[in-house]
Design a protein around this ligand. Structure first.
Ligand code: GLU
Length: 451
């Protein structure tokens, strides 16, 4: 069949929209890869005949379930839980669990789709999945969180396993929640096995896992800068978020001589022109993890800093930007402000934080732009190493894991350069990540025939 007989990009996207009505985030994530993949497979008949991309945008399965729990005032609460298993061609399903009121099927389908490409890029044998609930852990007591996690796992345990699907954390799910879920899985199945990653080191967690996403994103940034003959030392950076990813990215930036100017949460952002150094980062870690406070409190502790209620940090002038909060937090105008203010590189610690129009601004301005599926892959990569350690019943030390993370990020950067080099010196990291991520999964799918 000649290439012209196959659905073109518009027809393909029209089909995606029709089959997934109202799922804007999922459609956006597919749109972000479709153009690059269409270009790549134009002359590759076997991918067309096997309908590889068409199959990849249809999750293997979406499990939706009721999560019932009792709050502290003995009221019965009902939430919805999901696990989206997108693709397991190259390894067991793998991807985090998100607890946030914004979670719905569209958000989890976009995350599971992205995860498939991201996990492939790591070079480790992991398929793509994502799960979660619209449960808001924000204002809940510790006992409520425990009861919710136990109820969530009471259904989830049927769908996961160390060779089937290995969830981890994401927004709203940290080591406390992983602990409650792991405990419940173990209790129900009577098996101690590496069914979750992001565990505490006392019971099978990997060293470097908490740091991996943020450190990895900065290492990716470092590789991009090095490739263009530059470095982090002496550069200013704006970071959004104040969670695990943002704070570890900030830490790594400081260690490499960068100056972090901002952090944020869903209420607003702080701008500290003196720089948010190591001590201040430690203070924010305690604020967020122990006191569960808001970033606005920063300005009461550190004079010279300003708090901007209800705003995002993208209009602050800086050399580097790391969106580390959530999807679609950086829009077209924000991207324009970054470019106008002289930003030279953007590395995404969050998943799909930039809107499609924002991405276009970065590409048109030809600044270095690393999409989340490449830049934040360090987290899931060390999760993959946690799976290996659990399977071997050993634990590797911090130094070894640190070296492995550095090597993995270098390797992902090289793959992006290989497939994303526009031939005139500009690296299209989106294209590179999309094609390199796609190729491995697609070739595995071809080998399996029509399944
Ligand atoms: N939620 C993280 C991500 O977006 C980590 C997933 C994992 O470790 O499985 O990649």
């Amino acid at each position: 069949m000649p290439a012209s007989d196959h659905a073109n990009l518009e027809q393909f996207m029209e089909g995606v929209k029709q089959r997934n009505p109202g799922q804007t985030e999922f459609i956006q994530a597919v749109q972000e890869v479709a153009q690059d993949i269409f270009d790549f497979i134009e002359d590759k008949q076997e991918y067309h005949e096997a309908q590889i991309l068409r199959r990849m945008v249809e999750p293997d399965r979406v499990v939706s379930f009721r999560v019932c729990w009792e709050d502290d005032s003995h009221r019965i609460r009902v939430q919805r839980g999901w696990r989206v298993q997108n693709n397991n061609a190259i390894g067991p399903y793998k991807g985090g669990i998100r607890f946030h009121p914004s979670v719905n099927e569209s958000v989890l389908k976009f995350l599971a789709f992205e995860q498939t490409f991201k996990n492939s890029l790591t070079g480790l044998p992991m398929g793509g999945a994502k799960g979660g609930s619209n449960f808001d852990p924000h204002d809940k007591s510790d006992s409520e969180i425990m009861r919710f996690c136990q109820s969530f796992m009471t259904e989830l345990y049927r769908h996961v396993g160390p060779d089937t699907d290995v969830p981890a954390g994401d927004i709203g799910v940290g080591s406390r929640e992983i602990g409650y879920m792991f405990g419940q899985y173990k209790r129900i199945t009577n098996r101690w096995e590496g069914v979750l990653t992001g565990k505490a080191t006392e019971y099978g967690g990997s060293k470097m896992r908490p740091e991996a996403t943020g450190y990895g994103a900065v290492q990716f940034l470092c590789n991009m800068l090095r490739h263009s003959g530059s470095e982090i030392d002496g550069k200013t950076a704006i970071i959004s978020g104040a969670g695990n990813v943002a704070l570890h990215a900030a830490e790594k930036l400081c260690d490499l001589g960068g100056k972090v100017l901002t952090l944020s949460d869903s209420d607003g952002f702080v701008h500290d022109p003196d720089g948010i150094g190591r001590d201040k980062i430690e203070w924010v870690k305690r604020l967020k993890n122990e006191r569960r406070g808001r970033i606005s409190e920063y300005v009461e502790e550190f004079s010279g800093a300003e708090y901007h209620e209800g705003k995002r940090p993208w209009h602050v002038a800086a050399d580097l930007a790391l969106p580390c909060a959530t999807q679609n937090e950086l829009e077209e105008d924000d991207a324009k402000a970054l470019v106008d203010n002289g930003c030279i590189a953007v590395a995404e610690g969050a998943n799909m934080p930039t809107t499609l129009k924002g991405v276009k601004v970065f590409k048109d301005a030809r600044i270095m732009y690393a999409p989340g599926k490449a830049a934040n892959a360090g987290g899931v990569a060390v999760s993959g190493l946690e799976m290996s350690q659990n399977a071997e019943r050993i634990s590797w030390n911090q130094e070894r894991l640190g070296d492995m993370l550095t090597e993995l990020m270098k390797d992902i950067h090289e793959k992006c350069v290989t497939y994303g080099d526009d031939g005139d010196g500009y690296i299209d990291y989106v294209k590179g990540a999309n094609i390199a991520g796609f190729k491995k999964v697609a070739d595995a799918m071809l080998a399996f025939g029509v399944v």
